[in-house]
Design a protein around this ligand. Sequence first.
Ligand code: SF4
Ligand code: SF4
Length: 377
Amino acid sequence: MSSKDLTSKLSEYIESCKKCGFCKAVCPVLKVSDHIETYGPRGRILLLQGLYEGLLKPREYLARRLYCTLCGYCSIKCISGLELTEAYLIGRTLLTENGIVLDVIGNLIKSIVSTDNPYNVDPSIKAMWIDYLPEKPPTKGRVVYWAGCTTSIRRPDSALAAYELIKSLVGDVAVIDSEPCCGWPLYLAGDVVGYRSQVSKALRSLEGCGAGVVITTCPACTRSLRDKARELGIKSSIKVYHIVEWLYELMKEGKLPKLQLEETITYHDPCELSRHMKVFKEPREIIRSIQGLKLVEMRGNQLESNCCGGGGLYLALDADKSSNIALNRLNDVPNGVKVLVTACPSCEVQLNTAVRGKGLELEVLDISELILRSLNK
Ligand code: SF4
Ligand code: SF4
């Protein structure tokens, strides 16, 4: 979209917002920011209105305020039905096009360009989890497991479990040992040109290894490699699934073996998966199919799930507030539950760090780890 089209789209949001403030009640960033209006959804729309009307100049202050977790909860509560995260992303893009890029975000973009991941770690470290597999996996094949940067670097145990799970269900699974970044952080940073180039590179690398089906444990990678790429007209014949979607399809086709585990768990809905991709019934059906397992819901679940604070590049921008959001989320864990399952590596990292910070006896697992345990019983 050109700047003119983006500005015109932004004007639709500004005109449709009734400034009622119903969206404010659920904003996790507002809660950890002393309820200062400009940290919340209505305040962000007012700031964007100021930018649109020329009352506010594109500057760092404005860029900072446009960074929230992009959890999308405000959109669920908006009386005008506005998809507010899109408005914030338009704002980020317009500021980036005006040359306003915060240092921390600029460094993240540079890291993707130079190391192919947003963590600025050597690509060999990102691929290190592969060395811990019992056998060297093929690098070409029809079914490919795409770990993504966060799972590979921050949650390698989940990558190992996901790989083992997929292998036990379909046989041969390939991995790319020099997997590029999927480009999603660039999209979130308002660098749409950079995103297009990076996601095309990622899809080319998958095509190069003969992939027909790609399964990932990261909802952000799914949105990037499939949904956003498709929306922007980037063509690919590869079928991309989040592992929950893929397991659900297997279950419906009767191809999921018997699952059994004596455990009481709770499930945290990742915002990207539940609110943005509308995948919240599927994980529950899979979990409930495990014999012996009891699922106790968290306060705030499915479309009304509370955020963990890890999305939208917010962790990079304000680590303290981001962790406070994660600590708040732990208050929603039902009493007596010892296992917290989720389906996103960023949520896992956030919640696990908060659990350790609070000294709780709570194990945080990816859904692949849970299903693998249930298969092995
Ligand atoms: S997307 Fe989430 S964090 Fe951002 S303004 Fe809306 S409710 Fe707040
Ligand atoms: S609920 Fe919707 S219409 Fe009301 S202030 Fe929030 S964004 Fe505007």
